[in-house]
Design a binder for this molecule. Structure first.
Ligand code: DNO
Ligand code: MN
Length: 354
């Protein structure tokens, strides 16, 4: 496995490249142009500039997370072709700079959703929390008002400039079924995967988070069955997965080690984090340690070791510890602890432990 660490860029992250370099065994950063809108092209010269900066600190740029998909592609509108053409050009430019894996997601309107970005834990740390009732009992309109009044609530996809469009976007999805969405994904993949093959890049879709439908929007990357359908859409190694143990692990039916064994040839990127599930559907993000959450992270790493995983892996969200001020879920300390936990399990297995 190749350990990497998500980084939001200079001036956009409380964690520096120098910090990342001090975490043992990290070979690269998972980066992106966060200022780009979905559907916009990423130019070669700006990519090369970022590459030079990151590589000057001894880290690689092999993994990008995310190149976001324009809603017109997800909706299957006639305008999608121009955005798909842009996407192809971005893939070519990233490949030319040496990028190997592109993480993306196909969730309508929203990226991941939480109801509390800094839920206080008993030990005084804070963590990302999802309260089922809050989402089930609130309309998108009310939620939008809440986000507008309380900027602390802002999440990916909820940026103020997008808020006014959210309601009309949700309306556009009326009548779009999961099958329609999957066909739109097929249409997209049938066009970009040949480009990936040509330039040796792998696409790695991130699962839905949470792995069920919210606000009646369709979601198609939530279950074992969904993953099976996804890999069958285009039968190529380049059509692969970001297997996120935290996103998928929020649903009790998802058996993460089984998914690792079953989809071993298609996993190009592993996100590792633990979540504690409650019977009412709530969940909170915990430390990586197996006994702290509902996902057995020892079994997860063991599965990666068993399949001889050579791909990229990163700690996903962490808690906020020791008063750290950082982006929600993306502090330094807990993610660094998670890395050492993963290395510990992996190295034990390498040395013949079980
Ligand atoms: C949550 C995170 C996500 C991820 C995007 C990928 O598990 O890993 O925010 O970055 O959904 O597109
Ligand atoms: Mn993830």
């Amino acid at each position: 496995m190749q350990m990497v660490f998500r980084w939001y860029g200079e001036n956009n992250d409380s964690v520096s490249l120098n910090h990342i370099n001090q975490i043992p065994g990290v070979s690269g950063v998972v980066w992106a142009f966060h200022h780009k809108q979905p559907g916009e092209k990423w130019g070669l010269s700006e990519i090369l500039k970022e590459k030079e900066h990151i590589e000057s600190k001894g880290l690689n740029i092999d993994v990008v997370e995310s190149v976001n998909i324009h809603e017109d592609i997800k909706l299957g509108l006639p305008t999608r072709d121009q955005y798909i053409d842009n996407y192809k050009e971005t893939i070519r430019n990233l490949a030319e700079a040496g990028v190997k894996v592109i993480c993306y997601n196909f969730m309508p309107v929203f990226d991941w959703i939480r109801t509390d970005l800094r839920k206080e834990m008993e030990d005084g740390s804070t963590a990302l929390f999802y309260e089922n009732d809050k989402i089930n009992n609130i309309t998108p309109e009310e939620l939008i008002r809440k986000v507008t009044e309380n900027p602390e609530f802002t999440m990916p996809g909820w940026e103020p400039e997008r808020l006014e469009h959210i309601q009309s976007l949700i309306n556009q999805y009326k009548g779009v079924t999961a099958e329609d969405l999957r066909e739109n994904l097929r249409y997209f993949l049938e066009r970009v995967i040949p480009v990936c093959k040509e330039c040796d890049v792998r696409m790695a879709i991130h699962p839905d988070d949470p792995p069920w439908s919210v606000f009646n929007l369709p979601r198609i990357v939530s279950t074992q069955d969904d993953l099976q359908k996804l890999v069958s859409l285009v039968d190529s190694e380049c059509n692969g997965l970001t297997l996120c143990s935290g996103a998928l692990g929020a649903h009790p039916d998802n058996d993460i080690p089984k998914m690792i064994y079953d989809f071993k040839d298609r996993i190009h990127f592993a996100h590792v984090r633990n979540v504690r599930r409650y019977d009412n559907g709530d969940f909170i993000e915990t430390s990586h340690r197996a006994e702290d959450g509902s996902v057995d992270i020892v079994k997860v790493i063991q599965a990666y070791h068993d399949i001889g995983y050579k791909g990229y892996i990163r700690p996903d969200h962490g808690r906020h510890l020791w008063g750290e001020e950082c982006r929600p879920g993306y502090g330094l300390y807990d993610r660094a602890l998670g890395i050492m936990y993963m290395h510990g399990i992996w190295d034990t297995m390498e040395k013949g432990g079980s």
